[in-house]
Ligand binder design. Structure first.
Ligand SMILES: NC(=O)c1ccc[n+]([C@@H]2O[C@H](COP(=O)([O-])OP(=O)(O)OC[C@H]3O[C@@H](n4cnc5c(N)ncnc54)[C@H](OP(=O)(O)O)[C@@H]3O)[C@@H](O)[C@H]2O)c1
Length: 249
């Protein structure tokens, strides 16, 4: 049985807490969070604490707090023999280097407390300072279901930057699309099949070959027409920048 302490009850912490429960070979034995209210809302059948001095002995400590706080939480775990791992995309494993056993347990997905996720579909990117530690992280990842990838810190950073482009930037563009629809009283839902097809198409074609639209066609007249149509300067700038990037490619 692998005994686990989870630190953090934010967007990722909440979902990890649910995923780590009721799994053969895993036992979540304690959950820490700075404020107690998130922990209490979940009503879990194991110890919860908001005091870092109360953290108990475990085989694995998963730190899932804001990136800037990882060093201080890591320091509070000094002397623990179990593996100390964090869940961040862009923080190197070295930040945990003071611990004899350390690693990374990075779930590559977008998490929000309000939206359920299926861990069977979430790639788990693992790294550890020793093979034995990596083996334990693999067992935990396999128990919660995600496809496992052995990814070093440099690769993880590349993945995280790529994820910002494909997820955060894309979502920002959805927001602009919604704003344009709202301004003209068209339901944003009319665009949903297009959004779904765009995401589906790149399962079959490389994204560079899947590109369509006025910029890819070199249709200067439509590009200028759209630029004149947009009223916000920030939207015009984005339109120009992304169109130029598509054309350069
Ligand atoms: N969200 C994602 O989509 C996603 C995906 C993959 C990986 N990650 C990574 O997972 C980690 C957690 O992200 P998240 O989205 O769950 O963050 P979040 O929702 O913003 O939650 C932040 C967590 O950090 C705690 N915290 C903040 N400041 C603290 C402090 N000074 N001392 C102690 N605890 C503190 C918060 O406690 P309180 O509840 O008391 O505020 C909360 O538990 C980050 O390393 C992030 O890069 C996030």
């Amino acid at each position: 049985m692998i005994k686990i302490v989870l630190l953090g009850a934010g967007n990722v912490g909440i979902h990890l807490c649910r995923a780590l429960q009721n799994k053969e070979d895993l036992q979540l034995i304690q959950w820490y969070n700075r404020s107690l209210n998130s922990l209490e809302k979940e009503s879990v059948p194991f110890a919860v604490t908001q005091n870092l001095n109360d953290i108990i002995e475990a085989d694995l400590y998963i730190i899932s707090v804001s990136d800037s706080v990882i060093p201080s939480i890591s320091k509070a775990l000094e002397g623990k023999k179990g593996i100390i791992a964090h869940t961040a995309g862009s923080i190197s494993m070295e930040v945990l280097g003071a611990h004899e056993n350390h690693g990374i347990f990075y779930p590559l997905q977008t998490f929000s407390k309000q939206k359920e996720v299926d861990f069977n579909q979430i790639p788990l990117c693992l790294e550890a300072n020793q093979q034995e530690n990596l083996n334990l992280l693999k067992k935990v990842a396999q128990a919660i279901g995600g496809p496992v990838h052995l990814i070093d810190s440099a690769q993880r950073k590349a993945l995280h930057v790529a994820a910002v482009f494909v997820n955060n930037f894309t979502n920002h563009l959805y927001t602009i699309g919604e704003e344009l629809c709202n301004a003209h009283k068209v339901p944003f839902s009319v665009l949903q099949p297009l959004i779904a097809e765009t995401a589906d198409k790149i399962k079959h074609l490389p994204p560079s070959l899947a590109q369509t639209g006025p910029a890819a066609r070199g249709d200067q007249k439509i590009l200028e027409d759209h630029l004149q149509y947009l009223t916000k300067e920030s939207h015009q700038k984005l339109y120009q920048l992304i169109s130029a990037s598509i054309q350069q490619q």
